[in-house]
Design a protein around this ligand. Structure first.
Ligand SMILES: *Cc1c(COP(=O)(O)O)cnc(C)c1O
Length: 442
């Protein structure tokens, strides 16, 4: 479908595509972004985020009971928002300087799953479990949901099967939450999936099935096998309403944290959010929630590895989820396994097209140096994927974005969304850190 001629004509329309194909780090400002006043309607409504948060509230007693680490937060799955002034100083050794406040949304520290997938992945499974229980008549929405930890409920769910195709954090989050509710859960992974992740999943009670081919084949096989079973339910990362809503709730929580820390977001106090992007679901859901709350005063940017610019290619060319990075000769090989995605989510990307301010790409080496710098300056460990947002302010400062939008950058708050890290084992952490340190020494 994407012949040489077709790609040439795409490059003619979008010259930046040539740099993307040559694996150069690029910044792209989105010409299709709509202001609040001219925002089209989407297949999902802002009010649904508030409904989604209520589902989380209903399940809080279940979390307190089954996951003791959530007792201190009364069963709320949330992460801190931290100012990272030391890291800002380190970053400011390079130009352009960051103007405004620099913060980190620490989803690496989300309870149980240690990544942003605790938002989307957990939400989708909880939503499905609630629906099954309501339909069968064993549950009322007003019940105390610690009942989900009972033998009766576990036995009920043990008749149902959940499948997911993922090499990484999505598989972990779906595996852990599904097994804790009593579902039979199967995680379909590609052969290059990390050993520790497969072991952890098996330990939690999930079945792990490996496929010889690449990740998209694992998803395809998993989807077919799961959907062929009348008791099966497939969590589809490439097209899911529920994952998206789970992520969007994160925006409500962030808004409250900003308020608690007396950080204004208004015309004179712009908010910038930089989110690592795989299929585009987690950054998309987050952006959807933030735009609903803050409108034109929030500026959302996504970031991808130079070797996996799936959503950037989709948006910049306008080809959306039809085009893959392989179609333009890119290998989709990156150490940022949360971002190693060749093709954009259809559902999320059609919405992001109108919401986001832009995107940029980052080289793998840079992810590791940021990992080491953040460890040294703030004593926070992130997995490589999760560091990508840290250079957002400096990437965007190279463009005329602030000037064109008349933004008062002195009052800006920059938030790098740190998407994961806490489940990474000690030996891997050490290896990542040392890789970053040796890059820095060059
Ligand atoms: C999944 C993931 C992302 C990206 O989320 P998508 O919904 O695939 O765009 C970013 N960082 C980490 C650590 C992840 O696990």
């Amino acid at each position: 479908m994407y012949t040489k001629d077709k790609i040439h004509s795409l490059i003619n329309e979008v010259p930046l595509l040539e740099d993307i194909m040559n694996l150069k780090p690029v910044v792209w400002l989105n010409p299709n972004k709509k202001s609040e006043a001219e925002m089209p309607s989407f297949p999902i409504k802002g009010e649904e985020i508030f409904e989604a948060e209520k589902l989380w509230d209903r399940f809080a007693p279940f979390f307190v009971k089954v996951f003791p680490e959530t007792q201190s937060s009364n069963g709320t799955i949330e992460s801190p928002l931290k100012e990272i002034s030391n890291m800002k100083s380190v970053l400011n050794q390079e130009s352009p300087k960051i103007i405004g406040r620099m913060m980190l949304k620490c989803d690496n520290a989300l309870p149980i799953a240690g990544s942003i997938k605790a938002r989307g992945g957990f939400y989708e499974v909880l939503h499905y479990a609630e629906e099954l229980a309501l339909h069968s008549g064993i549950l009322n929405k007003t019940d105390d949901y610690s009942i989900f930890a009972s033998d009766k409920f576990k036995e009920f769910f043990s008749r149902y099967k959940i499948g997911v195709g993922s090499t990484g954090n999505l598989g972990l989050s779906i595996g852990i939450i599904s097994a804790s509710l009593g579902f039979q859960v199967t995680v379909y992974v590609s052969s290059d999936a990390k050993e520790w992740k497969k072991n952890l999943l098996r330990k939690k009670g999930a079945t792990v099935i490996e496929f010889g081919g690449d990740f998209s084949e694992a998803i395809l096989a998993g989807r077919q096998k799961t959907n062929a079973d009348p008791m099966g339910y497939f969590v589809d990362d490439e097209n899911s309403n529920e994952l998206y809503l789970g992520y969007a709730v994160g925006a409500l929580r962030l808004a409250r944290q900003l308020k608690d820390q007396n950080i204004s977001v208004d015309k004179d106090h712009p908010l910038f959010v930089y989110s690592p992007c795989g299929v585009g679901g987690s950054p998309g859901g987050t952006a959807f929630g933030l735009k609903h709350l803050f409108g034109d005063n929030v500026h959302c940017f996504f970031v991808e590895p130079t070797h996996s610019p799936a959503v950037l290619t989709a948006l910049a060319t306008g080809e959306m989820s039809n085009i893959s990075v392989q179609d333009i000769g890119i290998d989709n090989k990156t150490e940022a396994d949360g971002l190693a995605v060749g093709q954009a989510s259809n559902f999320a990307t059609n919405i992001s097209n109108h919401l986001i301010s832009g995107m940029y790409t980052i080289e793998d080496d840079h992810l590791f140096t940021l990992l080491a710098q953040l460890m040294d300056s703030e004593n926070i460990f992130l997995e490589p994927s999760a560091t990508a947002g840290l250079i957002g302010p400096q990437m965007i400062a190279q463009t005329d974005y602030a000037k064109k939008n008349h933004l008062n950058m002195k009052n800006a708050t920059h938030i790098a969304w740190a998407t994961g890290g806490d489940l990474v084992p000690k030996e891997e952490r050490k290896r990542f850190y040392e890789q970053g340190k040796s890059e820095l020494a060059l």
